[in-house]
Design a protein around this ligand. Structure first.
Ligand SMILES: Nc1ncnc2c1ncn2[C@@H]1O[C@H](COP(=O)(O)OP(=O)(O)OP(=O)(O)O)[C@@H](O)[C@H]1O
Ligand SMILES: O=C(O)C1=C[C@@H](O)[C@@H](O)[C@H](O)C1
Ligand SMILES: [Mg+2]
Length: 186
């Protein structure tokens, strides 16, 4: 599979809690790729948590850092990249994401909520109605996530391993489309 991909990186997008970090690590192992998480790079580079950055610098400054980090990552090949849930919001980020194959992990809001209910590390969920907040964020972002090359709809009870296997199985279908386009053009 990794030879089929010819070093093209995978970029995982989707809502917070969708499993980008968890599934991304597994995919990197299976592909023999490096693994990078944009949220982790930001926290390591700044020495501050995402919560701190949102509180002390504001969301706009965080988004700028996120774009800067993504720009640097996109210069590399053979990576599986777990992105922050809001990476799709900035148009310039798409020019970086398009360096690789973009995979949307699409998880129902109810499932996201059960996964994140105890989690206090996502500043946008510090809301009196976190489930409603997740729903409105997803509504706003859905058309953006839908621009991914691969759309993986995750069902309740699916393990990270099963999801990673489904992504691996779906990759050739996207690469085939690219190859057939090339044939038509040639
Ligand atoms: N398939 C799964 N089944 C059950 N729990 C899962 C699954 N995938 C991930 N989780 C759990 O859900 C939580 C969120 O997962 P993860 O951190 O990978 O999401 P994320 O998409 O990287 O979120 P963020 O955008 O906030 O970084 C974690 O506690 C993780 O262990
Ligand atoms: O969905 C979002 O906007 C976010 C998701 C996380 O990955 C972090 O990047 C941050 O909490 C913002
Ligand atoms: Mg993550």
């Amino acid at each position: 599979m990794s030879s089929l991909l010819q070093g093209v990186s995978l970029y995982l997008i989707g809502m917070m809690g969708a499993g980008k970090t968890t599934v991304g690590r597994l995919l990197a192992q299976q592909l023999g790729y490096g693994f990078v998480d944009t949220d982790d790079v930001i926290t390591q580079a700044t020495g501050r948590s995402i919560n701190q950055l949102f509180a002390e610098e504001g969301e706009a400054a965080f988004r700028q850092l996120e774009s800067d980090v993504l720009a640097q990552i996109s210069a590399h090949i053979k990576l599986t990249v777990a992105t922050g849930g809001g990476i799709v919001l900035r148009r310039e980020n798409w020019s970086y994401l398009r360096h690789g194959l973009i995979v949307w992990l699409d998880v129902p809001v109810e499932l996201l909520y059960t996964r994140l209910a105890e989690d206090t590390t996502r500043p946008l969920l510090q809301d009196p109605d976190p489930q409603g907040k997740l729903r409105s964020l997803l509504e706003q972002r859905q058309p953006l996530y839908a621009q991914a090359d691969l759309h993986i709809i995750v069902k309740e009870g699916e393990t990270p391993e099963q999801i990673a296997n489904r992504v691996m199985a779906a990759i050739p279908s996207v690469l085939k489309t690219t190859a057939s386009h090339q044939n038509v053009e040639n």
